[in-house]
Design a protein around this ligand. Structure first.
Ligand SMILES: [Zn+2]
Length: 272
């Protein structure tokens, strides 16, 4: 593969040094390795995050640089399903923060974590704050679905809420577009009715409930799916990929322009 000028790890150190003057946004995709039902691969979340991030960075390069995706994360609640990997909560916070503070050390001032795994959100939010508070840089978190508007998924057939949560219509469609050779649609199973939801608790990427709550996945699904992957198609996946890419690319250009203002110490100052 030819050298990719937008890919952090393809560059030599003098090339990277010379890029800091142009102030590109550094994009770090973060996924996980976890079960996604019987029809999708364990790699789903870092493939979706990594592929959408790459397409967005390609659109705005050289105003952004892409890093290699992180393929492991916190995941205790999926451990009843074979294959899932979980990283200790403190380790994942410190690990992501260390990547961001390293990048800032080299002179980059705008960093974005691009997430592919719903349960990464609270941890990557904290890690982004750790980077922003500790480094001479600002760091934001975006998930591939978090900038979407309802009209972006006008093709939706699954019920709301609940049809788009995990291994669902959205994720399966994306994978049919990105990596169809890893999707086995004949094994896709609609799994909504056995999920214990209520007026206040449900899961859906197009609008979560007002309650933050996550229990062991095996209490709510025996397939590993929450949602309806049976209505997924590659065409829905193409549309979802394109709009998620465009919305993220627009954010990258906006965030790069964000002024990092000096802090002010407003404590009473001792008299000299
Ligand atoms: Zn996923």
């Amino acid at each position: 593969m030819a050298k990719r000028p937008y890919f952090y790890q393809d560059l030599s150190w003098p090339e990277l040094r010379d890029l800091t003057a142009a102030d590109p946004v550094i994009v770090l995709p973060v996924g996980t390795t976890e079960q996604h039902g019987p029809h999708l691969p364990l790699a789903t979340d870092y493939l979706t995050a990594g592929t959408i991030a790459r397409a967005a960075v390609e659109q705005v390069a050289p105003r952004a640089l892409l890093m290699e995706a992180v393929p492991y994360s916190f995941n205790e609640h999926h451990m009843d399903f074979p294959g899932t990997i979980t990283i200790d909560v403190h380790t994942i916070l410190d690990y992501i923060a260390a990547i961001g503070t390293s990048v800032a050390h080299h002179g980059f001032r705008h960093i974005v974590l691009f997430n592919g795994h719903g349960s990464n959100v609270p941890f990557l939010d904290v890690a982004a704050r750790m980077i922003t508070n500790r480094a001479n840089a600002v760091c934001a978190l975006v998930s591939w679905w978090s900038l979407l508007k309802q009209e972006d998924v006008a093709w939706r057939e699954s019920t709301f809420p609940g049809g788009m949560a995990h291994g669902c219509e959205a994720e399966t469609s994306l994978m049919l577009h990105i990596k169809p050779e890893l999707v086995e649609m004949d094994k896709a199973v609609r799994t909504i009715d056995e999920v214990q939801t209520s007026d206040h608790i449900w899961w859906d990427i197009m609008g979560g409930s007002g309650v933050f709550f996550q229990e062991f996945f095996s209490r709510n699904t025996t397939t590993g799916v929450i949602g309806d992957p049976t209505v997924a198609t590659a065409e829905k996946g193409r549309q979802l990929f394109d709009v998620a890419t465009a919305r993220f690319a627009a954010f990258l250009d906006e965030f790069r322009q964000r002024e990092i203002r000096p802090r002010k110490d407003l404590h009473a100052q001792p008299e000299n």
